[in-house]
Design a protein around this ligand. Structure first.
Ligand code: DX5
Ligand code: ZN
Length: 228
């Protein structure tokens, strides 16, 4: 890892009108989204169901170029690596909590041609990433309990983000859950550079403005981090 990270905004389409998924996704990309964050839930790791690789594959057929991240809120992330790679996923972000052998899952994701992200639930201490850091492209710090959009942002998670940024200045660090114009400043100041935002973007009458505002905030804060 070397160099500086960039601000990237990835809308979560979980609370969008899923019957219009490709139109909604294209609209968000046209509004300046840098990537799409696709929330996959199995009804087991989290108490909710969303969608799986068949839908992602259909979306990829309509949207050829965008960067797709799947946030795998599932009990067996190793089970879906090949189907998601076949569906055209660029980054496979999985929760480490239910996984016994994290390095093997990381290796299989890479062998399948995808970037690797590891995700931490709010109760998981951030230091656990130390042993995996050379195997991953990104760490996701959840700022809500995974499972549902529209929850309240947990500011107490910012200690994890700043710890990661202090220790890994060139790593992609993502936040997800309750992030929008009113909470972006905390995330940016702590050092997050990949910003997932669901309801704040989807429900806005001006998503382009919301995306720009968040991106500007992160870029400004990153400037301070790299001056340190
Ligand atoms: C929660 C999901 C999030 C969520 C974000 O389990 O991982 O990606 O949909 O939505 P908001 O921004 O509304 O919290
Ligand atoms: Zn998510």
């Amino acid at each position: 890892m070397s160099g500086k990270v960039k601000a990237k905004i990835g809308p979560s389409i979980l609370n969008a009108d899923l019957s219009q998924l490709s139109d909604e996704s294209q609209r968000l990309l046209d509004c300046g989204a840098d990537y799409l964050h696709l929330d996959v839930m199995d009804g087991h790791f989290v108490p909710n169901l969303s969608f799986g690789h068949p839908l992602v594959k259909c979306l990829r057929a309509k949207i050829k170029d965008a960067f797709f991240e799947t946030h795998m809120m599932v009990s067996k992330p190793q089970q879906w690596i090949t189907p998601m790679a076949d569906a055209g996923v660029n980054q496979y972000t999985f929760h480490i909590e239910p996984v016994d052998d994290v390095p093997t899952v990381c290796r299989k994701v890479k062998e399948a041609g995808m970037k690797v992200g590891i995700a931490l639930k709010p109760g998981t201490p951030v230091e656990v990433v130390t042993e995996y850091i050379d195997k991953v492209d990104m760490v996701l710090v959840m700022t809500v309990e995974p499972g549902f959009g529209g929850q309240k942002f947990m500011e107490s998670m910012m200690n994890k983000v700043s710890w990661l940024r202090e220790n890994y200045p060139a790593m992609d660090i993502e936040v997800d859950g309750g992030v929008g114009p009113s909470t972006i400043h905390c995330c940016a100041k702590a050092g997050a550079n990949m910003i997932v935002s669901g309801t704040a973007v989807i429900n806005s009458s001006n998503p382009a403005n919301v995306i720009k505002e968040m991106k500007d905030s992160v870029n400004e804060a990153l400037g301070f981090w790299y001056l340190k």
